[in-house]
Design a protein around this ligand. Structure first.
Ligand SMILES: Cc1cc2nc3c(=O)[nH]c(=O)nc-3n(C[C@H](O)[C@H](O)[C@H](O)COP(=O)(O)OP(=O)(O)OC[C@H]3O[C@@H](n4cnc5c(N)ncnc54)[C@H](O)[C@@H]3O)c2cc1C
Ligand SMILES: Cc1cc2nc3c(=O)[nH]c(=O)nc-3n(C[C@H](O)[C@H](O)[C@H](O)COP(=O)(O)O)c2cc1C
Length: 665
């Protein structure tokens, strides 16, 4: 493969007193990789350290929540339940500083720099009595002068611990729904005292925090802020006002860098934008900052983030003057080694983030207990130490036959082949990818296909014998004389067979529509008995075809299994597509000219007319017949079932199941 010349990306940059070895930054991402609350354990060191070893120059790891000015007698329930504020910040425990020192050593050993973000969240304390966003509807306590003083000093306290631990830079979190952000925002800062007013007055809190940090830790450590390029909020600051505020802060001469992003914790866009958003969509915010700050000497470095998953794009952004440093968080979750691979010209080996947001969804609303960080496509995430322990070359290479080239089968094949097994992969379709390829057909989801490309490249690199358009049966498997077989034949759409009228000709399956195996008329009713992404995908796909779509879903809202960080983006997209949503309804019967529905919670029934087609999205049914047959036959030593062939869930479950099988064969 031809080598891309990364003239800019791998050039070191001096940021104040800190020399960043290249321009690739893991901006702070609180993925909760430590298994010990309040400590930074070996899992944390391994998770973020892997990115440093993988060539990322700037390691922002996870945010430090600062302690809030609670009256001593107040219970700490807020800190315990949602982590928004507490009497005590983890950084105040001397053991935490010792952990951080070990982590900094690890990062420095790889030649990278360690950056700490200091955060006060603001749903409890705020400049004015304005709820954070629609999601937190309680009104925060208004900070008095003494409490402001307390908060400002905690930034300096945190910075001191960070400096003593060997950290290279400190960033004050002034974006998202943090306290510093709420001082900057005209919506949440309505104060009429010295802390409120026009843009130049509202920066005072941030400036004061920067001053206190500088006073405490001196000039040997780089100092910066994270700030959103615009608010995306009614009456919030726009990019012009943000530029005014940023200039006023930078003019004070305390900033070595500014880290610019866009989006809120919730809503659309979230600051962890999903695949609906273009790569580096809000790049003009970086570009504007570069131009404005050029007037300040020395010019603070500009870091820009937002769905940058490709080192070639990162190189272009620097070349084109969008920024000096590129934030690439999920790029490093999907593939911690992507930077080294890029530098070595191994671009086709990079697993690119598909923008599914499972990482942030899991971090904000864990589905697992005990919680582990999760990535849909990288099965090692959250299990780094386990992999280190378990991954070894096979003692005796075996012939492994994998049936099914969805993500579960591909991951089983990839890991088995990496370990030295001879692998044959049988796939009935024309391409690898399985359901990923269906999902990729929905508007704004073409990145899902990147994972199919990755698997195709890996199969070729690892010498897996991929036999496409080959439907395996038990004879075909036996004919290959395998030592081990993995059945990863996926799932097929569920038909609610007990529903009267379900066989009528105008009733079709959503997956079939997306694959071009079925067509619909112009007026479509989607019956959704699935709460994740399949329904939005089918609805968006149909509206792109010009259909009028109404969704009848069983739950309180469509996509109710999608976590709060991401659901806003999905529902906004549905609105933009003109999809009408009817929650809390179950299908009772399909008639030639109506659908009969019943309330999900009561007995009320409804009849809806005016649809040409009824499209079903009712989940899927595991396909494990081949596994059952092989087990019954009993002549093959190792037989496994993987992914949705076992239990239809989501990508992360399928990929990690397949990979785990590859690990133990
Ligand atoms: C529209 C849509 C959107 C989705 N969106 C998301 C999302 O946003 N996030 C998420 O986490 N999950 C999502 N999912 C679910 C996710 O895609 C699946 O959980 C995952 O891809 C399942 O992978 P798998 O390998 O287990 O099965 P599959 O992808 O179903 O792969 C099975 C493969 O086996 C092949 N096969 C079957 N029988 C044979 C045979 N006898 N011989 C040879 N080959 C055979 C099939 O052709 C197929 O390629 C979505 C699914 C759909 C349909
Ligand atoms: C799991 C996760 C946790 C995050 N936590 C934080 C955080 O604590 N502070 C912060 O400023 N940004 C946080 N972010 C946002 C990232 O720093 C980054 O801006 C965002 O992921 C977009 O960049 P990307 O497209 O390169 O991933 C988080 C992102 C993820 C995925």
């Amino acid at each position: 493969m031809s080598k891309v010349n990364f003239e800019h990306l791998f050039t070191p940059l001096q940021v104040g007193p800190m020399r960043v070895p290249n321009r690739i930054c893991e901006t702070t991402n609180t993925i909760n990789s430590s298994m010990m609350p309040g400590r930074l354990d070996k899992h944390f060191i391994e998770h973020h350290g892997a990115k440093a070893r993988g060539g990322t120059g700037w390691i922002g790891s996870e945010t430090w929540l600062l302690n809030s000015p609670f009256p001593p007698e107040t219970p700490d329930e807020i800190g315990l339940s949602v982590g928004f504020a507490s009497h005590f910040g983890a950084y105040q425990d001397p053991a935490f500083g010792e952990d951080m020192a070990k982590f900094c050593d690890e990062v420095h050993c790889s030649g990278s720099v360690a950056v700490v973000q200091l955060t006060h969240l603001n749903s409890v304390w705020a400049p004015s009595p304005v709820p954070v966003l629609g999601v937190q509807d309680y009104t925060p306590h208004v900070l008095g002068e003494q409490e402001i003083e307390f908060c400002l000093n905690t930034y300096a306290d945190g910075a001191e611990v960070a400096k003593n631990s060997g950290v290279d830079a400190i960033e004050i979190h002034c974006a998202h729904e943090t306290l510093a952000y709420s001082f900057l925002s005209p919506v949440t800062n309505r104060r009429t005292d010295q802390w409120g007013g026009g843009p130049e007055q509202r920066v005072r809190f941030v400036l004061e925090a920067l001053k206190r940090i500088r006073r405490r830790v001196g000039d040997s450590i780089a100092l910066g802020i994270r700030i959103a390029g615009t608010e995306f909020r009614k009456d919030g600051y726009d990019n012009m006002e943000m530029r005014e505020m940023l200039y006023a802060i930078a003019e004070a001469g305390l900033l070595d860098f500014v880290d610019i992003d866009a989006g809120h914790c919730w809503g659309a866009p979230s600051y962890v934008p999903n695949s609906y958003y273009a790569h580096a969509q809000f790049r003009e915010f970086g570009q504007a900052a570069m131009a404005d700050l050029a007037e300040i000497s020395p010019r603070p470095a500009v870091l820009f983030s937002g769905r940058i998953n490709d080192p070639v794009l990162a190189e272009e952004l620097i070349r084109d003057g969008v920024c000096d440093l590129v934030g690439m968080v999920r790029a490093g979750i999907a593939d911690p080694e992507f930077a080294n691979k890029a530098r070595e010209g191994r671009l086709s080996e990079i697993r690119r983030c598909i923008g599914c947001t499972r990482c942030i969804d899991e971090a904000s609303e864990p589905k697992t207990f005990p919680y582990t960080p999760t990535c849909s496509i990288n099965p090692v995430i959250g299990k780094e130490l386990l992999w280190e322990e378990q991954y070894k070359l096979a003692d005796t290479p075996k012939h492994v036959v994998v049936v099914g080239g969805g993500i579960a089968g591909c991951e089983a094949a990839r890991v088995a082949a990496m370990r030295g097994h001879k692998v044959t992969l049988l796939e009935q379709g024309k391409r690898l990818g399985g359901q990923l390829l269906i999902a990729a057909k929905a508007p704004g989801r073409d990145d899902f296909e990147d994972q199919a490309y990755f698997e195709e490249n890996e199969m070729a690199r690892l010498g897996v014998d991929v036999q496409l358009q080959t439907t395996a049966d038990i004879d075909a498997i036996n004919a290959l004389s395998p030592d081990a077989v993995v059945i990863a034949t996926g799932s097929t759409p569920r038909v609610p067979n007990d529903t009267p009228g379900i066989d009528l000709p105008h009733v079709v399956q959503g997956w079939d529509v997306m694959q071009g195996k079925a067509t619909t008329g112009d007026r479509v009713a989607i019956i959704s008995m699935e709460d994740y992404y399949e329904t939005p995908c089918v609805a968006e796909y149909l509206t792109e075809q010009g259909k009028q779509v109404e969704v009848f879903s069983k739950s309180v809202h469509l996509g109710s299994d999608i976590a709060r960080y991401s659901i806003g983006m999905v529902l906004k997209h549905m609105e933009q597509c003109g999809v009408k949503m009817h929650p809390n309804l179950m299908l009772n019967e399909v008639k030639a000219d109506s659908v009969e529905l019943v309330s999900s919670w009561g007995d009320a029934s409804y009849s809806k007319e005016g649809f040409d087609s009824i499209v079903l999205v009712c989940g899927s049914v595991p396909q494990h017949d081949l596994y059952d047959q092989l087990k019954a036959q009993g002549n093959i030593e190792q037989v496994y079932v993987a992914g949705s062939a076992w239990l239809p869930r989501h990508l992360a479950e399928a990929s990690s199941h397949g990979a785990s099988i590859g690990l133990v064969i």
